[in-house]
Design a protein around this ligand. Structure first.
Ligand code: F3S
Length: 400
């Protein structure tokens, strides 16, 4: 791989030991993946933040790099951590986990990474422009960035996204090349899509059927940002999808010849099969919303749905979002309504990377297929996917 003088210098340790290691990682990756060179990026989104996921070894590596003076060269934001950094006790997190999670956050901050701790960085200030090159990890954010924002990123892992942040560069291959961003399969949708949950089911179904490639959807109208957000997460959970197009909406597939690639048809039957696959026996005792993290609009809807009700005895309602959206929800009064109804709004974390089993609930319901896909293996509790209104009906009682 060709390297510029500045890059050669980074590789030979001229910018410090940690940057040298970061550059070694990028060069090794670029060589394996056939990248001719590196390209500059404008932002990085770094996953691998939860202590539960990276453990002592990951924490010590981050501390090592931070102590060597590593500094980010571009805007860099963090994925969810393993707990709400303030209200961790309410989540059942123990002291040791808490202390180690804080060490991880501190190491990232020392390197200049913003501790946003959200999988929706584009809702809190890390929103790259169309056509810009970025290095993001977090599969849902990657899919949203490529498809909806029109920014260009491969599916990075936590270490390669951090290395990209520290050097300001990423290998030039894959979805950084316009030719590789064209649709590879047409998805004709003949199903009823009325809610955000329906779009999650659609993404999960398509991801499972096609596995990889770049689908172009027809027949799904003009989904809003929240619907494309939850669909991005589901596509990337059941399949390795890093990008999609929606006819007449997402912009990069204008003039595309729909007869040039194979096609698949998705109907109500296929969505129903996904719903069944993601349904466990018994009644849920716990609803968890916010995979990906809730937007302000979703907080508003939720407040409308729970207003005047209260969470039933032995039940729980958790809502996950970013600090930025929580603050705005409080200002608008949405958070107050949800909390008055007994809902708990947690920030900085997600149901898949926090030790959910420690909260003591046995069966989670969520409107997100991604959450339900992962939670049984990450927390060993049951999970069922459900329309949001049905899930709330099971949790809430009249009156407050
Ligand atoms: Fe976000 Fe966690 Fe879901 S990172 S997309 S809330 S699994």
């Amino acid at each position: 791989m060709h390297l510029s003088k500045v890059e050669e210098e980074m590789l030979s340790g001229g910018s410090g030991k940690a940057t040298e290691k970061a550059m070694q990682l990028l060069v090794a990756l670029g060589d394996v993946l056939g990248a001719p060179r590196l390209i500059p990026i404008v932002s990085a989104q770094i996953a691998g933040v939860s202590y539960g996921n990276i453990g002592d070894a990951g924490m010590e590596l981050l501390e090592d790099w931070a102590s060597q003076g590593a500094k980010t060269q571009v805007k860099a934001t963090l994925n969810p951590a393993g707990m709400d950094l303030d209200r961790w006790k309410e989540m059942g997190v123990d002291e040791e986990y808490h202390a180690k999670q804080l060490r991880i956050i501190k190491a990232f901050e020392m390197m200049g990474v913003q501790a946003t701790c959200t999988c929706t960085p584009y809702l809190v200030g890390n929103k790259p422009r169309r056509g810009s090159h970025i290095a993001w990890s977090e599969s849902s954010a990657i899919c949203y960035a490529n498809s909806v924002l029109g920014a260009m990123t491969n599916r990075e892992g936590g270490p390669s996204a951090l290395a990209a942040a520290l050097t300001g560069r990423t290998p030039y291959y894959g979805l950084h090349l316009k030719d590789n961003r064209k649709p590879t399969i047409v998805v004709d949708v003949k199903a009823r899509l009325c809610t955000t949950y329906d779009f999650s089911l659609l993404g999960y179904t398509v991801g499972g059927i096609i596995g990889s490639g770049i689908p172009i959807f027809r027949g799904i109208g003009h989904p809003d940002s929240d619907r494309m957000k939850i669909m991005s997460a589901a596509l990337a959970a059941s399949g390795g999808i890093a990008m999609f197009h929606v006819e007449g909406v997402t912009g990069e597939a204008e003039g595309f010849d729909f007869n040039s690639v194979e096609r698949v048809c998705i109907g109500q039957k296929e969505l129903e099969a996904s719903r069944e696959k993601l349904t466990s026996e018994g009644d849920p005792d716990f609803v968890c919303i916010g995979c990906p993290h809730c937007s302000l609009e979703e907080m508003k809807d939720l407040a409308r749905m729970v207003k005047g009700k209260s969470v039933g005895r032995g039940k729980a309602l958790w809502i996950l979002t970013s600090r930025g959206i929580y603050k705005r929800s409080k200002e608008k009064g949405y958070a107050g309504v949800i909390e008055k109804a007994g809902g708990k709004i947690f920030v900085d974390t997600c149901m898949v990377v926090c030790p959910l089993e420690k909260a003591g609930y046995k069966h989670m319901a969520s409107n997100s297929c991604k959450a339900v896909h992962y939670v049984p293996s990450t927390s060993r509790i049951k999970a069922s996917v459900m329309e949001l209104s049905s899930a709330l009906e099971k949790m809430m009682e009249a009156g407050q």
